[in-house]
Design a protein around this ligand. Structure first.
Ligand code: NDP
Ligand code: BG6
Length: 530
């Protein structure tokens, strides 16, 4: 886990500090809110002394502008990328002059207003832009020369991090060019790639083979940004550091688990990409499956990346084939109005899929993975619903069940829905909650963006929060047959209204799986109560 980050001082790091941690070690803090001192000591642990080149390929694109550079900027502001050690190289085909490039990425950096404006200028001074083709050896040799010039004269082995912010169709080509022309001869070379990693089992395996023939698994960092979210990173701590959960987290006590992603906007200019992929490939096969693994896995031997990922793999291996009767898919009305979407498109923008894990802990417990675009709210959460208390003497069964909810976003929170005595003279039971709302509890702590943590992990060489090849393969094995049936038109795509909960059939499916909706009570985030 990343340390608590508070100090916006770019040069606070000791250049002689120790190098990569890479052991997945959690840094335990005695106090909940961080201090400058905490940040300083933690920083020393993770920053190596040699120079670091971060090369963003596809630097003219949307991801680079909205996510990658802002994350790098935040790391810079917090002292993790000191200017005497780091250089950023943007690379793309667009013929941008450096000022244009700086204007393009600079516009998004000051957005949060978290850091003083002069840091934007200093950060941009570290970033340069190189225009070149993705299939041209000369352009990559030129890139290599520019990086080598920067590295020249430095004693310690330099480090090269290539971030492919590019359409997946060009990954193999670009990876080949890097391998042929830009490998670091003295220190490490790492390659970060973005989802989607293929469209199905076959194409994903082809991509893995292509990349695997050039780079070792240790050099490849497959980003799933859900693994960088605060509450997702808290899952293992919650589950394995609290005695409460040890005896409860199993089929004897848990009735069902829902992992839900909702967005209150449509495909928003990404219709062309989305129409080729659909919600299952965009959200469920990767983001929600990764979360499922962390919810369902056994305790790893240690927090080493391999131990954690070994346990996730075992969950994936135990997932049974998906039944069509346990799937609801839908498309929001108006989706096809997007000119980049086909008029006949049957691509689902909503899906609810029941997964069953055939092992001793989870046999019989449905895991409902639900994701949708253009719905009524924006929300992502894990909802674990417990079974009824046997022999209900309070006659409160109808009010609802105990639930443990982990709210990933917005407003990170964890709350437990409980039955308590209604305060007053009467002896009656009512629903309430134990509430850990982060904004209230950790008022001075800035929760880092997922991309910030994950980029920092790549620099540290910590692969715990990245997807290993076998995880990817197994996840595609689960979803490819379903995707084939959907594409063959064997499962009806139900239209739903924008701003709705999605097809009512999905709520019906949850009820059929034993989910009991709470009536007459709703958890209200404290931020909305004020
Ligand atoms: P873009 O479509 O913006 O592409 C990035 C850059 O790649 C473009 O600026 C362009 O640069 C180059 N490019 C575009 N199309 C092609 C092509 N057909 N052949 C060669 N080069 C091309 O993508 P994004 O920035 O949105 O996404 C990059 C990666 O990140 C993708 O894999 C995407 O799936 C993933 N991703 C994106 C997210 C987002 O929010 N945008 C979220 C999660 C993942 P130039 O022409 O200048 O070379
Ligand atoms: C991306 C998907 O991976 O995640 C998008 O391609 C989606 O469609 C996005 O909007 C959601 O990310 P977050 O962090 O806002 O939940």
């Amino acid at each position: 886990m990343s340390p608590t980050l508070t100090s916006p001082i770019p040069e606070l790091l000791d250049p002689k500090a120790d190098g990569a941690a890479g052991d997945g070690a959690i840094q335990v803090q005695e106090q909940s809110a961080g201090s400058g001192e905490h940040a300083k000591s933690a920083s020393k642990k993770i920053v190596a002394e040699s120079c670091l080149s971060i090369i963003i390929l596809g630097a003219s694109g949307d991801l680079a502008k909205k996510k990658t550079f802002p994350a790098l900027f935040h790391l810079y502001c917090q002292g993790f990328l000191p200017s005497h050690q780091v250089k950023l190289f943007g690379y793309a085909r667009s013929k941008l002059i450096e000022e244009d490039f700086h204007r393009r990425i600079g516009g998004h950096l000051a957005d949060s207003g978290k850091y003083p404006a002069d840091l934007v200028t200093k950060f941009l001074e570290l970033s340069t832009y190189i225009s070149g083709a993705y299939d041209d050896d000369d352009s990559f040799r030129k890139l290599d020369k520019i990086i080598s010039d920067y590295e020249a004269g430095k004693d310690e082995p330099p480090r090269r991090l290539f971030y492919l912010a590019l359409p997946p169709s060009v990954y193999p080509l670009v990876a080949g060019m890097i391998h042929k022309n830009c490998m670091n001869k003295r220190g490490w070379t790492r390659i970060v790639i973005e989802k989607p990693f293929g469209k199905d089992l076959k194409s994903s395996e082809e991509l893995s083979d292509q990349l695997g023939s050039l780079f070792s698994e240790e050099q490849l960092y497959r980003i799933d940004h859900y693994l960088g979210k605060e509450i997702v990173q808290n899952l293992l701590v919650m589950r394995f550091a609290n005695r409460f959960f040890v005896p409860l987290w199993n089929r004897d006590n848990i009735a069902n688990v829902q992992i839900v992603f909702r967005e209150n906007f449509g495909t928003d200019g990404r219709g062309g990409y989305f129409d080729e992929y659909g919600i299952i490939r965009d959200i469920i096969q990767n983001h929600l499956m990764q979360v499922l693994c962390l919810v369902a896995m056994e305790k790893p031997l240690s927090l080493s990346p391999e131990h954690v990922r070994d346990e996730k793999v075992k969950v994936l291996q135990a997932i049974q084939p998906i039944q069509d009767s346990e799937v609801v898919i839908g498309q929001y009305e108006g989706y096809r109005d997007d000119p980049t979407v086909s008029d006949e498109s049957l691509t689902p923008t909503f899906a609810s899929v029941v997964l069953r894990i055939h092992n001793e802990r989870w046999d019989g417990v449905p895991f409902i993975l639900k994701a949708g675009k253009a719905l009524d709210t924006r929300k992502a959460e894990i909802r674990v619903q417990f079974k009824d208390v046997p022999g209900d003497i309070f006659k409160c069964k109808k009010q609802g069940r105990n639930e443990f909810v982990m709210r990933l976003q917005p407003s990170e929170a964890m709350y437990m829905k409980l039955t308590v005595k209604q305060p007053g003279l009467e002896m009656s039971a009512t629903q309430s909650e134990l509430d850990l709302s982060y904004r209230q509890r950790y008022q001075d702590v800035v929760i880092p963006e997922a991309y910030e943590r994950l980029i920092l992990d790549t620099i540290r060489g910590d692969q715990q929060h990245f997807v290993r090849r076998d995880e990817l393969q197994l996840s595609w094995e689960v979803f490819t047959p379903l995707l084939e049936r959907i594409e063959a038109g064997k499962i009806p795509v139900i239209p739903y209204k924008q701003g709705s909960r999605g097809p009512p059939e999905a709520d019906k499916l949850a009820v059929e799986q034993g989910y009991v909706r709470t009536h007459g009570y709703i958890w209200i985030p404290p931020s909305l109560k004020d």
